[in-house]
Design a protein around this ligand. Sequence first.
Ligand code: HEC
Length: 307
Amino acid sequence: MIRWILGFVGAAFAFALLISLWGTASDYFSSPHEPTAEEEFHKHPKALHLASDGPFGKFDEQQLQRGFQVYKEVCAACHGLNLVAFRDLHALGYTEAEVKAIADQWQIEVPSINPETGEAATRKATPPDKFPSPYANETAARAANNNALPPDLSLITKAREGGAAYIYSLLTGYARQPAELVEKFPAAKTPPGLHYNPYFANLNLAMPPPLTAEGQVSYADGTKPSVQQMATDVSAFLVWAAEPNLARRHASGLAVVIFLLFGAIFGYLAYRNIWQTEKRKVRPIGPLDPDNTAKRRQASEDAGMPN
Ligand code: HEC
């Protein structure tokens, strides 16, 4: 009797599964996937080549200094670098006095406490301070940016697929929204206060185009400050910000590979050297045993078979 009941319960489960499978399959075939505006108009990052690319890449100090200048004069108005300190700029070739001056003249002061009243205050930056965000907190940042939050840029090249190429594409990718897009997807029309950018995941970005005109910054080394150049330089700078030890990592990687190569060669030579004599001392067994080979040969000769 119990068997009957169990069989019945099992059959009921199987029946329910079959019905749901049928429902899913008929949904899949009856309502084909509707393409979205993001699927059709989102673009992959443009190609960008930096000196730090590849396993032997090194930073180009001049370029990093130019990129820092773009960050300082343009991006720092909205974005902090809370994992990078002013004194880290030594790595870009700035002297101690220059770093001190940069920190001292930074437009945004760092949070502090008034020593007399104990109230929150701000003070001038010093070399050990991190590059401050211009906003006191997230709410203030959102209030100033149409409810969007300008992210901290310390690790942004690691945090976004495409890295530096993505940043470069985003900065140079602002465009007028294609009429075709609005026609096909009226709901995806760029809302007021946002900006169309096909490299941004949802196509509409709250950041107004930060680099708009040639000569927005003037480079001390005479490089022509085109929008492309400024975007490339600031992307290179952000690669450095996210991984200041990249050049050292590449160099130690190379040393390790060379070490392993030598290790492999010496290992092979040592193996040859040891076995050269030792192998002869090992007596083969089984069919390879010389005694057995001789016996086999004898037997086939006795039987009159050719060897
Ligand atoms: C006027 C303020 C402002 C300035 C100046 C500015 N940004 Fe932004 N940025 C924003 C805001 C706001 C967002 C958030 C956008 C969003 O989420 O829609 C943002 C987002 C970003 C993002 C993240 C995009 C993503 O994938 O989420 C990057 C990268 C970025 N900015 C880089 C820069 C760089 C580089 C500069 C300097 C050349 C710069 N920004 C200058 C306001 C600014």
